[in-house]
Design a protein. Structure first.
Length: 386
C-alpha cells in the first residue's frame, strides 16, 4: 500500500471535506448550523420580553404578548408619535415664517427700487456691461479662494422632517396594532408534580382544555375569542335557513374554483377579526395607563406576598430545626414518637459487649453522646485493663 492511500491530504483534488474543514478552521466563508432548543422562544413566552407571560394576550396574527409589555410598548409609541408631530408642526411653522420673511424682503426690495428710480438714482446693473474671461470677475471677486478659512466652511444642511405616521404597528408582524384587537388567553394549568415549584421552572406548564395534552412548541395552539350576544342575534338565527345556506355554499364552491366571484367568497381571518367592533372609539391614553398601573400594582402585591411566604417558610424551617434537631429539647413532644437510640460508632460495640456478658442486654434506652461514651471507656479500662 502506497503512502498516498494513508494521507488524506495528498490528493491532487481539493475535496469537499477538505474545503469544509479549512473553512471551519479559518473562520471565513459561509457557515451553517442548526439552532438548538434554547434558541427557540417558548409558545407561552412574550414576543417582547421573551419571558413566560403572566397576563397573556394574542394578536389577530397569532403573536403572543404579555399585557404589561404590550401596553408599555403601545404607550411609548404614542408618546413618540406625539413628540414627532410636535416637531413636525414646529418645522412647518418655521418654514412658513421663512417664506413670509422672504416675501416681505422681496416686496421691500421692489419698493426701494421703485423709490430710487423715481429719484433718478443710478442703480447697479445686475450684469456686467463687458464680458470677462477671468473666473474671478463679478461676485466671485469678493469670494475668498481659501476654502480652509473658517468663514468659508460649509454650513450643515437643514434636516427636513417627514410627516410622521400616526399608526402603531405590531413589533413582530409589522401590521397595524390596536389594543381592542388583542384577545385575552386563559391557559389551563397542568397538575403540580412537585409542591412549591414555581410556574416558570416547570417543564410542562399548560394543558389543552379539550384533550388534556401537554402544550409545547410542536403542538399547534388555537385561541377561541369569546363574545356576547348582540342585539337581534337570536331573531336573525331563527329566521335563517341554515340548510339552504349550506347547500348554496356547496354549489358556490365550484364557482370559486372556476374563478367566479360569489357572495360566499372566503375572507381572511385577520380581515374578519379587524372588522368586528369597528365602531369602537379610539383607545384613551388615560384608560390604558390606568390598566397598566393596575397590572403593575397586582404584580407588586403578588411579589410581596411571595416574599413574605418565603420568609415565613425559612423561619418555620429554622424553628423546626431548633426544636427537632436535638432530642433533648424535643423530648416532651408527645405528638411525634422520638427514638433516642443512635447508631454507635462501632458495630454494636462487639468488643465491650463480649467482655461484659454478665450484664443484661436489655437496658433502658438512653441517649449516648460523646461524653457518656468517654466515661464508659474510662470505667472499662479501669475494670478490665488496669
Amino acid at each position: 500500500m502506497t503512502r498516498h492511500a494513508r494521507n488524506s491530504t495528498a490528493g491532487s483534488v481539493y475535496t469537499y471535506h477538505e474545503r469544509k474543514r479549512d473553512a471551519k478552521a479559518s473562520g471565513y466563508g459561509s457557515h451553517s448550523a442548526r439552532f438548538s432548543k434554547d434558541s427557540v422562544k417558548g409558545f407561552d413566552c412574550c414576543s417582547l420580553s421573551l419571558q413566560p407571560c403572566r397576563n397573556p394576550v394574542v394578536s389577530l396574527d397569532g403573536h403572543l404578548f404579555d399585557k404589561e409589555a404590550i401596553l408599555e410598548y403601545y404607550l411609548a409609541k404614542k408618546k413618540e408619535i406625539s413628540r414627532n408631530l410636535k416637531n413636525f408642526e414646529k418645522q412647518k411653522k418655521r418654514d412658513e415664517n421663512e417664506i413670509n420673511e422672504l416675501k416681505e424682503a422681496a416686496h421691500r426690495s421692489k419698493v426701494e427700487k421703485f423709490v430710487a428710480t423715481e429719484r433718478g438714482e443710478n442703480l447697479p446693473s445686475d450684469q456686467a456691461s463687458t464680458s470677462s474671461l477671468s473666473n474671478m470677475s463679478g461676485q466671485k471677486a469678493k469670494e475668498l479662494p481659501s476654502f480652509w478659512v473658517p468663514t468659508m466652511t460649509p454650513d450643515a444642511k437643514k434636516v427636513i422632517l417627514p410627516k410622521p405616521d400616526t399608526a402603531i404597528y405590531c413589533p413582530v408582524s409589522g401590521k397595524v396594532l390596536k389594543i381592542k384587537d388583542l384577545i385575552d388567553v386563559k391557559f389551563t394549568l397542568a397538575p403540580v408534580e412537585e409542591k412549591g415549584k414555581s410556574l416558570i421552572s416547570r417543564e410542562v406548564r399548560y394543558l389543552c382544555a379539550v384533550t388534556r395534552d401537554a402544550l409545547s412548541n410542536s403542538v399547534p395552539c388555537v385561541v377561541l375569542k369569546t363574545s356576547d350576544i348582540g342585539q337581534g342575534t337570536v331573531e336573525e338565527v331563527r329566521r335563517r335557513d341554515l340548510k339552504q345556506e349550506l347547500d348554496e355554499r356547496e354549489i358556490a364552491s365550484g364557482d370559486e374554483e372556476r374563478g367566479i366571484q360569489t357572495k360566499y367568497a372566503k375572507k381572511s381571518r385577520t380581515d374578519y377579526g379587524r372588522n368586528i367592533d369597528a365602531d369602537d372609539p379610539v383607545e384613551d391614553d388615560a384608560e390604558l395607563m390606568a390598566e397598566l398601573q393596575r397590572i403593575r400594582a397586582e404584580r407588586a402585591a403578588e411579589s410581596a406576598k411571595t416574599e413574605i411566604e418565603q420568609q415565613q417558610e425559612v423561619e418555620r424551617n429554622r424553628i423546626e430545626n431548633i426544636l427537632c434537631g436535638n432530642p433533648l429539647l424535643n423530648y416532651t413532644n408527645k405528638a411525634t414518637k422520638t427514638d433516642l437510640r443512635v447508631k454507635r460508632r462501632w458495630d454494636h460495640d462487639v468488643v465491650f459487649k463480649n467482655c461484659s456478658r454478665t450484664e443484661s442486654d436489655k437496658k433502658t434506652p438512653q441517649f449516648i453522646n460523646d461524653c457518656l461514651r468517654s466515661e464508659f471507656h474510662k470505667k472499662f479500662m479501669e475494670k478490665y485493663i488496669a
